[in-house]
Each structure stands twice: as structure tokens, then as C-alpha cells.
Design a protein. Sequence first.
Length: 172
Amino acid sequence: MADHGRADLPPGAEAGVLADRLKERLYATITMIALVVGLSLGDVGSLGAIATVLTTALGLWLAAFVADQQAHRTVHRRVATGHELRRMLYVSSPLLSCAVGPAVLIALAALGVLSLDAALLAAAGVGVVTLFLWGCLGGLRMGGGALAAVVAGLVDAAIGVAIALVKAAAGH
């Protein structure tokens, strides 16, 4: 087992850490879908788009970290340190890494490889496909077979598309 702040967890607790980490990854993916759709509807250049993506990811991560520390202080009457702090950082890191794909696509647009609109649309598409794949994996791991996995994937992808449509309908 890799350390990643999980080495001294009680038996069975690693699954909880991985579930929390995946929850953050899914939340960040949904947030990035909404963000890049919103950016595609606005009048923003590549530099503004990449700055927005990166600052949003940083803001998400900082908000999660502050909330985790506040919850820890409230429940345990002390600041998280050591293992607990490493766990918080490990679990919340997908909130930062969610910006990588959109940032790379926007950078390609800045270099003239594709248009900014195409980059933002591709970033939203990759996010929806990611939700589909995680849904499929969840369906398979529940033992429902291939059909149940595809249905779970489609439901998760539909959630991503619905969020993008809500963002588009809101006009920002």
C-alpha cells in the first residue's frame, strides 16, 4: 500500500479515504464542467480562461481544506496535524488536479492549436466522459454486470450534461 497519508489507518478505513477522495474528484469534475461551459458563453481570452480555471481549482481546494480543519477542530478540539493533516491533503488533492485537463486544453488554444471555444467544449466533454467512466466503474464494482454499469455511467454523464445545460441556461 502506498503511503499517501494512509499507512496507519485501521483495517477497512482505506476504503473510506479512497471514497472521500473520489467524491472530491467527482465534485471537482462537475464544477469544472460548469465552469468551462460558463467560460464558453462569455467573452474571455485564453489567459483569462486559464486564470479562471486555476483560481477556481485553488479556491475549491482552499475551501475544502478550511472546512476540513474547522470540522476537525470542532469535533476533536485541536488542529489536525501529522497523519490527519496528510489525510486531508490527500483526500482534497483532486480539487487541484481537476484543473489540469482544462488548463492543458486552454493552453493549446493559446498556442493556436485549436480555438478557445473548441478547447472549452473539449474540456466539458472530457468531464462528462469522465463522469460516465466513473459511473461505469461503480456499476461494475457493485456487481451489476455490463448493462448496469453502462446505465450507471449514463446516469452520471447525464448529471454532468444537466449541470452544463443549467449553466448555459443561466447565461454565465
